[in-house]
Design a protein around this ligand. Structure first.
Ligand code: FCB
Length: 454
């Protein structure tokens, strides 16, 4: 059987994208609350103030997960709901919310996977320099300790950061996500080092406070490549290109090895150092042992890739290449090659912590959402993942992005990526065809993937 019995079939969300209740029960703003108020920053000025109102609908949303048959649910915590100023006093109501969510998941047989940080830095910490402040690793470790102290009696899976590539790259280089700045290499390389040190310190703090053995991982993303053909030369070109550090002041943060080699292997990649060593904070070498704490699994958010050939380099996409409603290319091969390359290099069980697509979903007169495109997408991608498994890559689970349509950052509510449709005016949830199809995939532990889609 391709997927082992305890394979985790999950779905993922993030706090700011679904919770709403932005100013309720003691939560204070994060950088995203601030950024959404900048004129022109998000689609039609939309914000996560209400989002999917999950904060008030948590129990029925967990019932939805049960209906889908999910065995795992990956969600993030809002740091400023738990510690409104980022450090200092705990907000009991905020913490209670996550406590109840965890209980509710467990009552429904769903394994919680907690992400500590999915981009929503408490605003107060941002005003103190955020990821540029040398105290940031200490702030993050303290927050990690608070969370572990309270939840690790029941939660066994934790993830430190979601996509540092994006919250540094889009947030501080391109200025297209919170806090919307366009900074220099010297500022952002320093931040990357402090973010990784924060990861390491948080892992150590979590181990120290855990109430039972816990599993800790990381959920980066990154530009990746698949071979244009199956020749050894093209495969090697894809591997080399995937782990190459991009020497570009705007795009370097997209590199996977820059963000994962220190965390997994206790070293920066040589080509990265050759480009950027002069921007590193003084004494960076002595932090590597703290950054590289033993992890139990490696997560990766994987959406698409580019083909590369040894002779021609990265290939242009042919005219009419399929894309999602957000314009992202549809390239199922990446769910075979990227996990394979990552497993070869980092040697840890891999979770696909996000994968999915935006689609122009509508509710048709029969009251349903016929998102055949998404079923086709997921089927093609999951078959590639299954192939990776069969070829010996240790894949521990898959989390569809997303459980439900939600606030897609700068795209606001214009992009729908859920297995469940949200009518934002009424907050009504409608499971899409893809949700029911995924339920059958889960129930058959993947066998359903081999039925052709009509
Ligand atoms: C990822 C993010 C996630 C969502 C998907 C579409 O980069 O981690 O929050 O926005 O893209």
């Amino acid at each position: 059987m391709a997927f082992q019995k305890d394979f985790v079939w999950g779905a993922a969300t993030a706090a700011y994208q679904i919770e709403g209740a932005a100013a309720e029960d003691g939560r204070k703003p994060s950088v995203w609350d601030m950024y959404c108020r900048r004129p022109g920053a998000t689609y039609l000025g939309q914000t996560g103030e209400v989002a999917c109102d999950h904060y008030h609908r948590m129990a029925s949303d967990v019932a939805l997960m049960r209906e889908l048959g999910l065995t795992g649910y990956r969600f993030s915590l809002s740091w400023s709901r738990i510690l409104p100023d980022g450090v200092g006093a705990i907000n009991p109501k905020g913490m209670d919310f996550y406590d109840r969510l965890v209980d509710c998941l467990l009552e429904n047989g769903i394994t919680p996977f907690i992400t500590l940080y999915h981009w929503d830095l408490p605003l107060e910490l941002y005003f103190q320099g955020g990821w540029m402040n040398a105290d940031a690793p200490r702030w993050f470790a303290k927050y990690a300790a608070v969370v572990t102290e309270r939840l690790s009696d029941r939660v066994r899976h934790f993830i430190t950061f979601n996509e540092p590539q994006c919250f540094i790259g889009a947030g501080f280089l391109h200025g297209t996500q919170a806090p919307g700045l366009t900074l220099s290499l010297v500022e952002t390389i320093r931040m990357s080092h402090l973010v990784m040190l924060a990861h390491g310190r948080a892992v150590a703090a979590m181990r120290a406070h855990a109430k039972q053995p816990i599993q800790i991982g990381y959920a980066p993303t990154g530009g990746n490549f698949y071979p244009a053909t199956n020749t050894p030369e093209d495969i090697e070109a894809a591997r080399a290109r995937t782990f190459r550090v991009v020497d570009d002041p705007l795009w370097w943060a997209d590199s996977i090895s820059w963000w994962s080699d220190p965390v997994m292997l206790a070293r920066y990649p040589d080509d990265g150092l050759a480009h950027f060593e002069s921007y590193m904070p003084v004494g960076w070498e002595k932090d590597l042992d703290d950054i590289c704490q033993p992890l139990d699994f490696y997560g990766e958010n994987i959406y698409n890739a580019r083909a590369v050939s040894a002779k021609e380099g990265p290939l242009e996409r042919e005219a009419g290449h399929p894309t999602t409603a957000m314009g992202w290319p549809i390239t199922p091969e990446c769910l075979y090659w990227f996990p394979r390359f990552l497993y070869e290099r980092y040697q840890k069980p891999i979770y696909i912590t996000e994968n999915g697509m935006a689609n122009n979903d509508i509710i048709t007169p029969d009251g349903k959402v016929h998102d055949g495109n998404r079923i086709d997408f997921m089927r093609r991608y999951l078959l590639e993942l299954e192939r990776a498994r069969m070829d010996g890559v240790d894949i521990a689970g898959y989390f569809a992005w997303s459980l439900m349509d939600n606030f897609e950052w700068a795209h606001g509510y214009s992009a729908r990526l859920g297995l469940t449709y949200i009518d934002y005016a009424t907050q009504q949830r409608t499971i899409k065809d893809s949700g029911y199809w995924y339920r059958d995939v889960i129930a058959s532990n993947g066998a359903k993937l081999h039925e052709t889609v009509s």
